[in-house]
Every structure is written in C-alpha cells, then in structure tokens.
Design a protein around this ligand. Structure first.
Ligand code: DLL
Length: 437
C-alpha cells in the first residue's frame, strides 16, 4: 500500500521533535490563556504565572482540568484570548442537553483547522479528482463547515448538501458522480435503507468512500455500512471544544484514529481518581488544544472513553492512534444497579444479520424496578404471517443481550422504517425514569 501524506514533515515527525514542538506551542498557549480572566485565576491558583513556569511537558499536570461546566460559566466571551475584532467565526456544540458551549476562531485558527481536516481527508487516499458530498448539518455544528473547508483545501469538488432529504441526496450523487460522502453513521444507515426502498441500484452511483463520525458506533456497524454500500468507511473523531472534526482520523489502514499531536496534547486519565492511566490503559481522554489562539482550552475533560494503541502504525505516521470511542464517562446507564453502556447493546444487535439499521433503548420504571426495553427494526423477510421466526429472533436477541449486559431486557421488533430516525445525531437512549431532585 502506498500512503498519502498531506503534511509529511509533520505527520512523520520523529517523536522527540514532536514533543519539543508541543512544549513550545504549549507555552505559547499558556501565555495566551493568561490573558483570559478564567485562566488567569485558575493558573494563578496552581502557581503558574508565566509560560516558563512549565519547564517540561510533564508540568502540564500542574494545570487544573477544564470542564464543560467551566466553559458554560464563561459564556459568552469569558474564554476569549484575543480582541473581539480579531475573531471571525464562532461555533457551538450540538447542545442536545443544557446550554451550548461556544468556541471562537481567528483567521489563522480557521486556516490551521482546515489544514488538519485536509490532512485527515487526504490521508484516506482522496485527491482533487474526488467529488465530495457533505451530508452533515451546516451551521453552528462544526461538522458541516469544518469538513467543507478541509475538502476544498484538498481541492475536491465540494457539494454542500447538508443533512436530510435522501431523495435529493441521491439525485446529487447521480448528477455529479459523488465519490465520497460525509455523514453520521446513523444517517449513512438510513441512506442505505432508503436506497433500497427507492430501488436505487448501487452501480448507478460512483461512491467509494465515506467519513463517519460525530457519534459513537461499533466496528460491526462500520462493517455493515461498508458491505451494504460497497465502500470504505473511515472513522472521524472530534469535538467542538477542540475545533470540531479534524482531531483524530483513521488512515488507510482503518485501524485506530491518529490523533494529531502537533495540534493537541492528549492524556488518558481515570475518570474517578483523575490520575493518569498507565501506558496502554483505557480511560477518559483529556485534550489541550495547541492550534487555536482565539479561545485556548487547557486539559479539557472530553468524557470520551478510549486509550492509545501501544504500537506505531505501519502507515509511517508518528502520531499515536486512539481506540474507537466506546462511550462516555457520563453516558453510562445504571439499570437496577447494573452499569450499561449503550454501545454494548449496539454491539450485540448490530452483529445480528437479521436486525435492521435502527434501534432504540428505553428505560422506564416498572413499580420500583427499572425496566429496559430494546426496540429494533427487522427487515420484511422476517415480518411474515408466521410469527415463529419473529419470536425466535426476539428470544435470541434477549438471550444474547442478557449474556452481555447481565440484564434481562424486553425486546420489541418493529417493521423497517417505523422507528424514529434523526438526520443529525441519533437519539438512541430514551430514559423515562423520574429524576431525583
Ligand atoms: O461531533 C464534531 C464532529 C463533527 C466530529 C463531524 C466528527 C465528525 P460535538 O457536537 O461537540 O462535535 O460532539 C463531540 O461527539 O465528545 C464524542 O462524545 C462524540 N463523537 C464525535 N466523534 C465521534 C466518533 C462533533 N468518531 C462529541 N466516535 C465527542 C464516537 C464521537 N464518538
């Protein structure tokens, strides 16, 4: 396999040089942070009054963590480190719950960000020959404009289709010969189901790749999308607090997400003790952004659970690879005292060929106990007059789930297309239990 590098000098930078680069950028970032009232106070309390107080990368551990709550308290301009007039763009987190968190970009920040996204896209083998359809939400969400700018930088022809409206998406794909798409994995599954429904033949399209991210999904889901659409699917990780997409991305090996360490310093901590996890261990990812001057954020607790592959990637990049995100330190469900990650449930059901693309996890009270219901879609082949295959499938799902999560769930099977679909991030968990106040 021959590999493409967008910034070979940086992507293959020897580790020692990379670490020296990080320390220099970290000091610049700390210098800028000290201009914000928030960090002036926080860093001051930790005895950091000037950038030289950080003598090595290890000294970063003296810096207190920053949380989503901190960012909210600083809303709207509390984290600005440059004059307001030099800020040219803002983005906000998708905000499915609570107040959104906002981040700011200078002109230089936007250029650096699109450079990282271009690096991700080019590293999957895309070139200016490609036609790129960006089937993700534009607007405050970083996925739309973030990928748009990166793809233009690579020189691809960009179709800013946005999310939703599958019929129009198919028309655009056919009219312009789209070769690469970007979407959430749940929207890709929805697109595939619609294609079948509308009788669109796969060979009428020139599609060969998809970038999928912005929500967790399993390796089985990736494989399923790849097989159904006969394309390569690349995992894409990012979060608005750290610019958005372009933080970590899979290369052509499709085996772990290279985290761009010339733009970010990553740590893995135990979310309970907040201590660093030993090399190779899993825990919560903490990120410091080195490539943004307008709104620096130090040691941000992402809440995303992952870890680093112990070995370097054969692709030649020196930047370490993250494991697929398995969940968040704060989305864990506790059902009758048992801890369950939604991704565990997805893993079980998506591995079953008979199960359709959409599913929903519901938790409610049944008397004093919690009751878990897993609703999945099944294809028309299983939905016939004879209910025996349906009952057998239901029992198989129930049994396999129980073996995996140790809870006995109720299983409901629904006809394909009958569970609600969302065009953006899928809402997979509905927790109907009354909250303690
Ligand atoms: O979702 C940025 C993005 C856009 C990433 C497009 C990739 C593609 P937020 O809305 O701030 O930003 O949500 C960030 O989404 O902390 C993770 O919990 C989750 N997430 C993002 N990508 C992945 C992924 C964008 N590949 C939050 N796998 C993050 C698992 C992901 N979770």
């Amino acid at each position: 396999m021959t590999y493409q590098y967008w910034n070979p000098e940086y992507e293959q930078m020897p580790r020692r040089e990379l670490e020296a680069w990080q320390l220099a950028r970290l000091r610049e970032t700390v210098a800028r942070s000290l201009r914000t009232p928030f960090y002036q106070k926080r860093l001051g309390e930790a005895g950091i009054r000037e950038p030289e107080d950080l003598r090595s990368l290890e000294d970063l551990r003296r810096v207190p963590f920053t949380t989503k709550q901190d960012l909210r308290e600083g809303f709207p301009y509390g984290f600005l480190a440059i004059p307001r007039e030099e800020v040219v763009r803002l983005h906000a987190s998708s905000g499915t719950t609570g107040i959104p968190t906002t981040v700011y970009f200078s002109r230089g920040d936007l250029a650096r960000w699109s450079g990282f996204v271009a690096r991700c896209i080019y590293g999957t083998g895309c070139t200016r020959e490609d036609v790129f359809q960006n089937m993700i939400t534009y607007g405050l969400f970083t996925g739309g404009l973030g990928f748009h700018a990166g793809a233009e930088e690579v020189g691809m022809l960009v179709i800013p289709s946005g999310a939703g409206n599958t019929t129009r998406q198919f028309r655009l794909m056919r009219d312009f010969g789209t070769t690469v798409v970007h979407a959430t994995p749940s929207f890709l599954l929805h697109v595939e189901a619609k294609m079948r429904e509308e009788g669109i033949r796969r060979d009428a399209l020139r599609l060969r790749k998809a970038f999928a991210g912005a929500e967790p999904y399993s390796e089985d889901t990736r494989r399923r999308i790849e097989e159904l659409l006969a394309i390569d699917v690349y995992n894409s990780y990012g979060l608005s607090e750290m610019n958005g997409p372009g933080v970590a991305f899979e290369c052509q090996r499709k085996n772990g997400l290279h985290l761009w360490e010339d733009g970010y310093i990553a740590e893995i901590i135990d979310p309970h003790t907040l201590e660093p996890v030993a090399d190779g261990g899993r825990g919560e990812l903490v990120l410091t952004i080195l490539c943004r001057e307008a709104a620096p954020i130090l040691r941000y607790r992402t809440r995303d659970l992952t870890g680093f592959y112990p070995d370097p990637c054969p692709c030649g990049r020196t930047h370490r690879r993250l494991y697929r995100i398995t969940g968040r330190s704060d989305d864990m469900l506790i059902i009758n005292g048992v801890n369950v990650f939604p991704s565990q449930i997805e893993e079980v059901i998506m591995a079953m060929k008979e199960v359709g693309n959409n599913y929903l996890i519901e938790i409610e009270k049944d008397g004093v106990l919690d009751r878990l219901t897993v609703k999945t879609e099944v294809g028309p082949a299983t939905f016939r007059d004879d209910t025996r295959p349906l009952n057998a499938l239901k029992e198989k799902i129930r049994h396999t789930l129980q073996a995996s999560i140790t809870i006995n769930p109720r299983v409901e099977l629904h006809e394909s297309g009958s569970l609600p679909v969302s065009e953006g991030k899928a809402v997979r968990v509905v927790d109907k239990r009354p909250r303690d106040v």
